[in-house]
Design a protein around this ligand. Structure first.
Ligand code: DQA
Length: 153
């Protein structure tokens, strides 16, 4: 992803999991027409409005996501996390979130509860500070605003 500004005390990590690099062309009826670059732009704008800096990372690899969560402990005040399909499979990602004790806002662009049954369970939700589902890419803005209020408290 793009180069990020130096972490500050008020940097947050926006982390996207597998297949989210395909946003814009991937099942647009489900995920909309905004690309991941558009999402990054909206995250930067939303964070700047809250006085927060952003690190932005997308990976298709579970281990890379785990490493990013671990690294965030030293560089970020919280994480906005769309784990993609790993939401429904990954105890390792849930353990990473629990292990770093940073506030994590779980985001899903689509309303996973309206979709296949295998998308109804999340390993991440029990360790997330909040969950935003089905608000489209606007969910990232909502997550950043909520994370900002947590970080301010
Ligand atoms: C998703 C929902 C997941 O079920 C799916 O595997 C994704 C995207 C969402 O943002 O709606 O990759 O996390």
């Amino acid at each position: 992803m793009t180069e990020n500004s130096a972490p500050t005390e008020t940097t947050i990590l926006v982390l996207n999991g597998p297949n989210l690099n395909l946003l814009g062309t991937r099942e647009p009826a489900v995920y909309g027409s905004r690309t991941l670059a558009d999402v990054e732009d909206l995250c930067r704008a939303a964070a700047a409005a809250e006085g927060l800096g952003v690190e932005f990372l997308q990976s298709n690899h579970e281990g890379a996501l785990i490493d990013a969560i671990h690294a965030a402990r030293g560089t970020a005040r919280g994480i906005v996390f769309n784990p993609g399909a790993y939401t429904h499979t990954s105890i390792a990602l849930a353990d990473a979130v629990a292990g770093v004790e940073l506030p994590v806002i779980e985001v899903h662009i689509s309303n996973v509860h309206k979709r296949e049954a295998f998308r109804h369970h999340s390993y991440i939700s029990p360790v997330a500070a909040a969950v935003i589902v089905g608000a489209g890419t606007d969910g990232y803005r909502l997550a950043i605003q909520h994370l900002a209020s947590i970080v301010r408290d």
